[in-house]
Design a protein around this ligand. Structure first.
Ligand code: ATP
Ligand code: MG
Length: 350
């Protein structure tokens, strides 16, 4: 196919773009700053991240992806159009794009993502389930007739899938992932300490001292917030045990969801998973003790993939090496016309 081949991991927290033969060329926060009155986009990506919680009333910060799906079409479209133009420059042919979706999305949501890719400048677009791409990016051989489990813990969704012969056999996607853990930390600090902290501070606490399984030796860090009662700025210390307690309920939900998928998995594949283990990908896999939590819940050895944040984009890049293989596994590129005619002929596009 003519044109550049591009893989896009369109995540709730970040957009990562892989260009064939180059690798990952872009990794930007999925966030935009807009003029509150006119709605005009003022800035997108990483430069907006530091504005979160520091924006004046005239600027609204928008996260256009929610729980792994598009919640503000026009902003995501503007973001992708800008990134695609930046990557393709004045190339004569439009690019072919493989883009990922969480494993449980509706046909309407799939169609929205396809339309988004085309309207943002793709000649053809193809969808791939996020956990499948994550597994490939983690270097797992998914082509064999042997079950393997991948748990991708992102910002908006935790995708749990059992893969075999290049496809998803059993899966679930829950909306409990990194972002709700941040919210739990904000709520805990307000409730237990009477201190208000912002989203970014909660995220930094989670990364520095958070844990999914109690650390053997407790650690602590100094942080800053605003006293809820006096309304004055204050410093406070927070320990890993407190952060664990703040997040415990949601961590339990993630662990139970992994168990539930294993319970639904046919026995032969369960046995394969017990041999091959469970792979953790996505930024949430970096939370200290996440592998231990899943191991304790399932009794199956659990590994955090190398470079978990980029597994999906690397996996999309890997699949683009062989379009024949993609087609064999039922992944087809659609043009804008295909999408329109499929929409008319079949309600279920995919
Ligand atoms: N070191 C770390 N410890 C704990 N959590 C982390 C760490 N690094 C990143 N995260 C969390 O990982 C999440 C982002 O992961 P990722 O980039 O895989 O999400 P995404 O692909 O944008 O989201 P989704 O797949 O849900 O749409 C954030 O919630 C972030 O706080
Ligand atoms: Mg993701």
């Amino acid at each position: 196919m003519a044109g550049l081949n591009i893989g896009i991991d369109l995540g709730t927290t970040s957009v990562v773009i892989y260009v064939q033969k180059k690798g990952i060329v872009l990794s930007e926060a999925s966030v935009a700053a807009c003029d509150t009155d006119t709605g005009k986009i003022l800035a997108i990506g990483n430069m907006v991240y530091d504005m979160i919680g520091r924006n004046p009333d005239s600027v609204t910060i928008i996260r256009p992806m929610k729980d792994g799906v598009v919640s503000d079409f026009s902003i995501v479209q503007s973001m992708l159009t800008y990134y695609i133009q930046k990557i393709c420059g004045n190339k004569m042919f439009k690019p072919n794009i493989v883009i990922c979706t969480p494993s449980s999305v509706t046909n309407l949501e799939k169609r929205t993502i396809l339309e988004l890719a085309i309207s943002s400048g793709a000649a053809r677009a193809c969808l791939m389930e996020e956990p499948l791409a994550a597994a490939i990016g983690a270097g797992v051989d998914v082509s064999k007739p042997s079950g393997v489990m991948v748990v991708d813990i992102g910002g908006g969704t935790t995708d749990i899938a059992v893969l075999t012969m290049g496809s998803v056999a059993v899966s679930d996607s829950i909306k409990t992932a990194g972002n709700v853990l941040n919210e739990d930390i904000v709520n805990y600090v307000r409730r237990e300490r009477n201190i208000l902290i912002g989203e970014n501070m909660a995220e930094s606490i989670k990364k520095q001292v958070g844990c999914a399984y109690l650390r053997e030796a407790e650690i602590a860090m100094n942080s800053r917030g605003k006293n809820y009662i006096t309304q004055m700025p204050c410093n406070f210390e927070i320990s890993s045990t407190e952060v664990y307690l703040a997040m415990r309920e949601k961590l339990e939900i993630i662990g139970n969801a992994v168990r539930a998928v294993l319970e639904k998995t046919p026995p032969e594949m369960s046995a394969d998973i017990a041999d091959r283990g469970i792979y953790l990908t996505g930024g949430g896999a970096l939370l200290e003790g996440m592998d231990e939590l899943i191991y304790r819940k399932t009794g199956i050895k659990t590994k955090v993939a190398e470079d978990p944040v980029n597994c999906v984009a690397n996996g999309l890049g890997e699949t683009m090496r062989s379009f024949d293989k993609l087609r064999e596994n039922g992944y087809f590129f659609r043009t804008g016309d295909d999408i329109q005619s499929y929409t008319r002929e079949h309600e279920d596009l995919m």
